[in-house]
Ligand binder design. Structure first.
Ligand SMILES: NC(=O)C1=CN([C@@H]2O[C@H](COP(=O)(O)OP(=O)(O)OC[C@H]3O[C@@H](n4cnc5c(N)ncnc54)[C@H](O)[C@@H]3O)[C@@H](O)[C@H]2O)C=CC1
Ligand SMILES: CC(=O)C(=O)O
Ligand SMILES: [Mg+2]
Length: 483
């Protein structure tokens, strides 16, 4: 059962010290499977003590704990709060001025009349928007709320906490200002039109949690029609990090990407892009599985990308379900939904099985149950080791793209980002519990940024050469090949 800090409660209890002891409370918590991780004394006198106790709980135990504590003599449960909700109160980000406006003189510079000459300078040369506005360092994080994590079509308002979270991480990890925007339309043309209309303010567009297949057309049309990077994070960010995790898992198992059998489950935004990236990196044997089973060449599909996937995978024409696909697989990559993979299917994998169960918030298999039977287990969650999550990619790749004012994020830049992430983990550090660096590893964003800028310059999409890349100063470091 998943028990983590994202599933914790703060219980404010008052204890009559003449009647009971804190040990009784601790015992009640433990009886429902909770772990006390913090105790704060709020008030204390001779008669009673009031404490906030923070408890990590299994998913089903939340209801039980209040009942248990209320049953204890001498204990009053004042209230229960959820720390995850507390950090969301009023939203998670804000906009701050970079300079104070203290007097009329300041006002006349930052606003009218002074601002007018800056406006006219941009009017005469629109490129100046990059130097004289927030465009240089600002990305829009845009969703229509249709494929939010694995929660599905929950609407634009409900999608905002995820988009705010992404914006927060853009800033904290890479210094990129990001504006969360959730659109109240699911219409492809409407979405494209809206994004094109707001694009002048931004240096990049990060599309997020837009369901497939609409996400593919929205992204490709915007890429054609805009001259700033448009990057569907669930597709490419995820694929970049999966490839990084696979490179490192193969460093451990000493297998070559050309030789392994890979099963990808969930052929949506993330799944299609992962398959494309793995094929580009040399993978030869991939089975693509969705709800109807393994995609095969002799079928035609409504979604043209499924036709593409079917034509480019499953060369052995295997048919059947996920369970059939798992026979002899070296690698399972799940970007589908909760609990789709059974332990019995894991037992039928090849030696040194590698599992990336990446559905959020609930993975395809409980990582703790699978761990004893596999060589590597990774999830998309931050509360387990080996977090394979696009958060490792999007801050650094946009940092690089913005710094060199790239017109797009191309395949070479994505591959450079994958390798940068993978080789942040040194040979000495690499082990089954550490195939992918933590997002808090300070080297990650810088490494990605440097390699991405270099790839952008080399492929001719950089419109600005950062000073450290001028002349002969291009990065010399050669990356180890994937296999
Ligand atoms: N760890 C990470 O960085 C990321 C994780 N994800 C997770 O991957 C999942 C899919 O995300 P998207 O590709 O954006 O969604 P999507 O909606 O574009 O695609 C999901 C696909 O999975 C299939 N699917 C769902 N349940 C299935 C099942 N039981 N068996 C087989 N196929 C099934 C659907 O039919 C669909 O084709 C979500 O849970 C999401 O949270 C997505 C992006 C990044
Ligand atoms: C991580 C992410 O972007 C997702 O689960 O949709
Ligand atoms: Mg997402």
């Amino acid at each position: 059962m998943l028990k983590s800090s994202s599933n914790s409660l703060i219980l404010r209890i008052e204890l009559d010290q003449k009647v009971t002891t804190f040990g009784e409370v601790a015992n009640a918590v433990s009886l429902v499977g909770g772990d006390i991780v913090a105790i704060d004394v709020i008030r204390s006198d001779k008669q009673s003590t009031t404490r906030d106790i923070t408890v990590n709980l299994g998913e089903q135990a939340e209801e039980l704990i209040a009942d248990r504590i209320r049953m204890l003599p001498g204990v009053v449960l004042h209230h229960i709060s959820d720390p995850t909700f507390l950090v969301h109160l009023g939203g998670k980000i804000e906009i701050q001025p970079k300079i104070p406006v203290k007097n009329r003189d300041d006002l006349s510079k930052v606003y009218t009349p002074g601002v007018a000459k800056v406006c006219m300078a941009i009017h005469e040369n629109p490129d100046k928007a990059f130097t004289l506005t927030i465009k240089r360092n600002t990305v829009a994080v845009i969703s229509d709320g249709t494929a939010v994590l694995g929660l599905g079509d929950i609407g634009p308002e409900a999608a905002m906490p995820v988009m705010e979270g992404k914006a927060m991480l853009f800033k904290q990890l890479a210094g990129v200002d990001a504006v969360p925007i959730c659109l109240n339309t699911k219409d492809t043309e409407d979405i494209i039109r809206t994004i094109k209309n707001i694009a002048p303010a931004f240096g990049g567009i990060n599309l997020e949690d837009i369901s497939s297949p609409r996400c593919f057309e929205i992204e490709s049309r915007l890429k054609e029609e805009l001259d700033i990077p448009v990057f569907h994070d669930d597709q490419h960010g995820t694929a970049v990090v999966v490839l990084a995790g696979l490179i490192n898992s193969l460093r451990l198992t000493k297998k070559r990407i050309e030789d392994i059998r890979i099963v990808v489950v969930g052929i949506g935004a993330a799944g299609v892009s992962i398959i494309k990236m793995l094929l580009g990196a040399g993978a030869k044997t991939i089975l693509a599985v969705d709800r109807q089973g393994i995609l095969t060449r002799d079928n035609t599909y409504e979604n043209p990308l499924w036709d593409w996937v079917a034509q480019n995978t499953n060369q052995e024409d295997r048919k059947g379900s996920l369970s059939d696909a798992m026979n002899g697989a070296d690698v399972f990559i799940g970007v589908s939904g909760p609990n789709v993979l059974k332990l019995e299917e894991v037992h039928r994998m090849a030696s040194d099985p590698i599992i990336f169960a990446m559905a959020n918030p609930t993975p395809e298999i409980d990582p703790e149950s699978a761990a004893p039977y596999v060589r590597v287990i990774a999830t998309g969650r931050s509360d387990f080791p080996n977090q394979i999550n696009n958060v490792l990619c999007f801050p650094g790749i946009f940092r690089g793209a913005l710094d060199c004012r790239a017109s797009q994020i191309n395949e070479e830049m994505k591959l450079a980002a994958s390798k940068a992430i993978a080789f942040t983990v040194t040979d000495d550090e690499l082990n089954e519990q550490y195939i992918i660096p933590s997002i808090f590893n300070e080297k990650v964003v810088q490494e990605i940024r440097d390699q991405v800028v270099q790839a952008a310059i080399q492929t001719g999409v950089a419109r600005r050469i950062p000073p450290e890349f001028k002349g002969s100063k291009l990065l010399e470091r050669k990356l180890t090949p994937i296999s």
